[in-house]
Design a binder for this molecule. Structure first.
Ligand code: THG
Length: 258
């Protein structure tokens, strides 16, 4: 699976402090730690309510890529900050994210085309949050059709069914699993699938347990990528064990080490 680190995010107090003081060392150490822990991609998010989202995004991208070579996922709802992040990056990025809202798609698909970016597509629109697998698939189809219109190959899309906190929307956990199979059948080449894993445990008292248990289920339903915390060794080990049990990786006695 593709591991996207969630930790370079101003939602975390330590990161928000580092952003405020432009602490290059802190951000670079965190980025190195995430890659060493197994991150393939780093999600870069300024956090909410910053003064200069474009300037901060540019600083975060430049700072992180001076320390590591990993691909970056630019995570912001602000279109200017998105382009600032994409154009500061040396390599091709993942745009995180468009939704099925017309205004969002009209702003972000041209950027994906111009910069040859991959793109996460969150399955929601201005009318709101999906509440079953079918509505998730309908939103997904809108964005897949838009990608085709722009000549963007459908395997550059990461469809995100939107994981909700289990304490607030308990019936949605199973619907997200169902949506994953539907997403794969929408287009050829098949789009990739991704989730923000830690959303599931928001405001619960058993975050790591819920995160790793849900990841195992998601992988059994074909999930390709997760925005998650690779420094949580137990969730990483659960992912490795799942890949062995699902016959995605060849078994070896030391499978946890490879
Ligand atoms: N889909 C996509 N992108 C996303 C999400 C998604 N980006 C944001 C989020 N969801 C995934 N990233 C996080 C990052 C942090 C947390 C959860 C998901 C988190 N942070 C602690 C909290 O809020 O409790 C911070 C606390 C602290 O300071 O330590 O849980 O679904 N495409």
């Amino acid at each position: 699976m593709i591991v996207i680190s969630e930790r370079i995010n101003g939602l975390f107090k330590s990161v928000s402090k580092a952003i405020d003081s432009r602490d290059t060392q802190f951000l670079q150490n965190l980025a190195r730690e995430q890659v060493a822990a197994g991150a393939d991609v780093l999600d870069i998010n300024t956090g909410p309510g910053v003064d200069d989202p474009s300037g901060i995004m540019k600083w975060m991208v430049e700072t992180v890529q001076d320390a590591v070579d990993a691909q970056l996922s630019i995570d912001t709802p602000n279109v200017q900050a998105m382009e600032a992040g994409i154009s500061a990056a040396k390599g091709k990025v993942i745009i995180n994210s468009t939704t099925a809202e017309a205004a969002k798609m009209d702003a972000l698909f041209p950027l994906a085309q111009k910069y040859d970016s991959d793109m996460i597509c969150l399955t929601l629109d201005e009318k709101g949050i999906p509440n079953d697998a079918n509505s998730r698939a309908e939103f997904a189809m809108v964005m897949v059709a838009k990608a085709v219109e722009f000549g963007i190959s459908t395997d550059k899309l990461y469809l995100d069914p939107l994981v909700l906190p289990v304490g607030a929307a308990q019936d949605q956990g199973m619907k997200v699993l169902e949506a994953l199979g539907m997403f794969k059948a929408i287009a050829d080449p098949a789009p990739k699938t991704v989730v923000g894993l830690s959303n599931v445990s928001n405001n619960t008292k058993e975050r790591p347990l819920l995160n790793r248990t849900y990841l195992v289920m998601l992988l059994a339903y074909g999930l390709d990528a997760a925005i998650m915390d690779p420094s949580d060794t137990e969730v990483m080990e659960a992912a490795k064990a799942s890949e062995i049990l699902l016959n995605k990786k060849l078994y070896a006695d030391d499978f946890l080490r490879v």
